[in-house]
Design a protein around this ligand. Structure first.
Ligand code: MEV
Length: 317
């Protein structure tokens, strides 16, 4: 049996504006993962998928329209291989539609499982590209940041560029970060706020372009704060990013409530993370204050609270 996995992710700053070619910073969450177990089966059995958490079982040949069958077909096409006799069991600790990259992580684990079962150990760039192709079908206009941070499993600076490949660079983190992640418990598929924002951008391009520029400035400041290990500055930058996300119409009463609770409990800064309208928020805290922040999030109604430690990273940018 082959077991592969991929981490969850959070966006530290720059979500949504990243769809419009502005930079963003994303971090993998190594302790929260999606897994794929590939078990060889008797010749002629075919390719099957089992997702016990969802109570779903389906076959590649009889359900080719299933999003994960389509992803497997893309991998097989890429490798020039026929469907193997295999059962792939998918499990995940990552909440679905919770802003933590569940779809991209399950996709990356699946891509690795199919490829490894056929004797290929794909590099992160290939895993990322294959997952991106499938994300595009379901998320409308994804920037590619989720599949990238998840496939590379590294803190990254990410920026789409017109007519060329995105700029992807490991980012310098000079001092470890303690992030408290609060889940609103509200599930919201990524494509909904992304499509809604696109309509508003089309109606008022100048207003939204200016807001995206303001987000880009904040992301650039966050890069400097990370490189300097200046946590107080980073907290303030996260707060500014949250204000801009509110102006972009991406927050929600539940997110606002958790962000407020984290700040009241002594967090250095707090903002929503990911697609918004639900899902998770993140708070930056000194390590001796993170329990206080976590308790406050719980008391304010978070359905789940996690603490993530982001390690120092040499980075390139
Ligand atoms: C979702 O994790 C991040 C968004 O910016 C969408 C995207 O970049 O594709 C909201």
């Amino acid at each position: 049996m082959i077991t592969t996995s991929a981490p969850a992710k959070i966006i530290l700053c720059g979500e949504h504006a990243v769809v419009y070619n502005r930079p963003a910073i994303a971090l993998p969450l190594g302790d929260v993962r999606a897994y794929a177990e590939a078990t060889p089966t008797a010749p002629g059995t075919g390719l099957y998928f089992v997702a016990p958490d969802l109570g779903e079982t389906w076959s590649f040949s009889s359900d080719p329209q299933h999003p994960l069958s389509e992803l497997a077909a893309t991998v097989l096409d890429h490798l020039g291989a026929a469907a193997p006799d295999l059962t792939i069991t998918l499990r995940s600790d990552i909440p679905i539609a919770g802003g933590m990259g569940s779809g991209a992580a399950i996709g990356a684990a699946l891509v690795r499982a199919v490829a490894q079962a056929l004797g290929h150990n794909l590099p992160p760039a290939e895993v990322s590209a294959l997952v991106y192709a499938s994300e595009g079908r379901y998320h409308g206009t994804p920037s590619g940041i989720d599949n990238t941070v998840i496939a590379y499993e590294q803190a990254i600076w990410f920026q789409r560029r017109p007519d060329t490949a995105p700029l992807i660079a490991p980012i310098r983190v000079a001092t470890p970060l303690t992030l408290v992640i609060g889940d609103t418990g509200v599930r919201s598929a990524t494509h909904r706020p992304v499509c809604d924002l696109r309509e508003r951008w089309q109606a008022e391009p100048a207003t939204y372009e200016a807001r995206f520029d303001a987000v880009a400035a904040v992301v650039t400041q966050a890069r400097a704060a990370l490189a300097a290990g200046d946590l107080a500055a980073l907290g303030q930058i996260m707060n500014t990013n949250q204000t801009l996300l509110e102006e972009l119409g991406i927050s929600s009463p539940e997110l606002d409530c958790l962000v407020h609770a984290a700040r009241q409990a002594g967090a250095l800064g707090a903002k929503l993370s990911g697609a918004g309208w639900g899902g998770v928020m993140i708070a930056l805290a000194h390590s001796d204050q993170c329990q206080q922040v976590a308790d406050a999030l719980q008391a304010a109604g978070a359905s789940r609270v996690r603490v993530a430690l982001v390690p120092v990273c040499a980075g390139e940018i």
